[in-house]
Ligand binder design. Sequence first.
Ligand code: MN
Length: 725
Amino acid sequence: MLIGINCLLDAIKYADHSYNIDLITRAFEFAKECHSCQKRLSGEPYIIHPINVALILINLGMDTNSVVAGLLHDVIEDTKISKDDISEKFGADIALLVDGVTKLSNVPLYTKEEQHVENIRKMLLAMSKDIRVIVIKLADRLHNMRTAQAWSEQKRRDKSLETMEIYAPLAQRLGMRTIKEELEDIALKYLDPVAYEEITQMLQKQELNNSIYLNNETYIEYIEQKVFNKIKNIASNAKINGRLKSHYGIYRKIYINGKDWEEVFDIYAIRVIVNTVSECYNVLGAMHEIFTPIPNRFKDYISTPKPNMYQSLHTTVIGTGGIPFEIQIRTFDMHYIAEYGIAAHWKYKQGVQSDGLEKRLSWIRRIIELQQESDTAEDFMQSIKTDIGSEEVFVFTPNGEVKTLPVGSTIIDFAYSIHSEVGHKMIGGKINGRIAPIETKIKTNQVIEIITTKSANHGPSRNWLKIVKTSEAKHKIKSWFKKEKRAENIQEGMTEIKREFARNNINLTENELQVFLDSIAHRNKFNSIDDFYAAIGYGGIVVSKIMPHIKDAYSKYKNVPTTPKQNQSARSFSPSSGVIVEGIEHCLVNLAKCCNPIPGNSIIGFITRGNGVTVHKTICPNILNTQKDITQLDKFIPVHWANSPNNRYISSLKILAQNQDNIVAKITSELASLNITINELNAKFLKNNNVSIVFSIWISHVSQLKSITQKLKKITGIISIDSQN
Ligand code: MN
């Protein structure tokens, strides 16, 4: 194998700071000797792995000792060498790092819950002692994931899950974007290969749509060139970088947030890196001159940095060919922090990062403390996931003390972060001196004051459990209810179960109910139905979470399908869709995605098994087709529009126009003047020098389409306008 010490020395040549080459060479020789009999699963010599881990660390800009520890990280684990041997040969600091990584290695994070939690605790403790341990561990995991092909399928899935749930969020939390994205993309490929493939294909399809620019790469190059020409005189030495959004970034929007492919409109991103802050703003102005900005998509993280110290200007514009993309503009310093996060600390030894380091690590200590109070392993896991996964806000107590809380935290979370008693006795809160509702989300830099009562029997409200963000607050509220209110908890749990059962059409006689609930309670490891009710009451169990199981058990018990029950005199109104359904009470209503009905259209409902009523246009091809099938006829149900003018619906306009200057801009500004919000637009340039533009817009009634069409027809160059409704 050709890979050896030379590739490390090469990387060091291009590094920004100096390394102790002698020490690194010694460590390499030593590791090579120790691992000489070992091979990786792929059949390659083992030393390839430590070399690659060291390489990743050099590229991150980590210090000599981290790189040396990277080379030696598997030596204690796999050979007869001890921590003391390493200490003797390479010094105590390196020995501690290697030992820290060794303790983390091969502690599988996905094992039995109990042991699993213990392992995570070990990891956090190692981190709080020396954060370099976790950076080395991340480099180790990254190289293992890069070469995961050699593992068995089961091992690939286990390691990918662990990567997705623990390591990628850790990297994110430490601000290490490059590592985080690569980990996520590899893990996604193994966890959801079908979706991964779908995204790859969608990106290729996007290429076909862009066929005038050949493919995604040439399109990005074309835009880069255009940007370069525009700014070469205002920002010398600017670096311009275009890229496609990561697979996982797209996955999150589509599969997790439920957006349509068409809504993910910034799959391209261009990054412009310049020397000074004033150049950033100049470049921004220049970009808005050559591309049309999309309203409300501009963000200034330079004047207001994110809590993890990320700084940049973001804007989304419509590029050549009507294709939108995001532009990020920042200085080289900001860029380094954005890419390497906590690792930037070792790069800029003096100043810049050292202050942030302490703050960045305070959450680790908080999690460790919390762990000592958690009821169950599952609780603790949940808190790790929320607390590691989210970014932070920094707020102040009236005395000027800083509190760090996850983004989305409320005044209630803040109160509990001070002390349980402050939370329990809270009756109100102030933000910057003004009374604010206690569910208000707090923002960085605010001063928060909590108003408490002395009354002895005052306590938190159960509703708070649905409002609070931090696991700390949730935990403290739950413990209060658990301790103080068993009888009430049972009552509350019983009511909650009855309500949920009614909503889900679970109908049982009193006797059946006892039998049924008894089995559910036991399956969830409770000794009695009362214990089960009590757990629901204090929030230890969330009914909606176990509902799918209960429904399953119920259909087996009753052996009936879970279809809504019809009843002549009943009706229900769904405010979100603005539709009234005749003949069913309390049902879920969805507007069909195939025909997007809008008030003014004639509509009909279709009962779907277990999923409420879907509303289609009466002329929807899917409906016309289904109506031919006699067996389906009893699933149709009359529906009609309620008069709710505040609801808004997606509709679309297809416009054919001559391809002349600014035609897209003219149309968008006309729509803006009519107060129409554009959800999305897609332009396609045709060979005959026309352009076809599809707008998806928000409207409240079909009649609006007429006036929009009339207005738009007056623009010169428009050939035809078609609307879907
Ligand atoms: Mn390793």
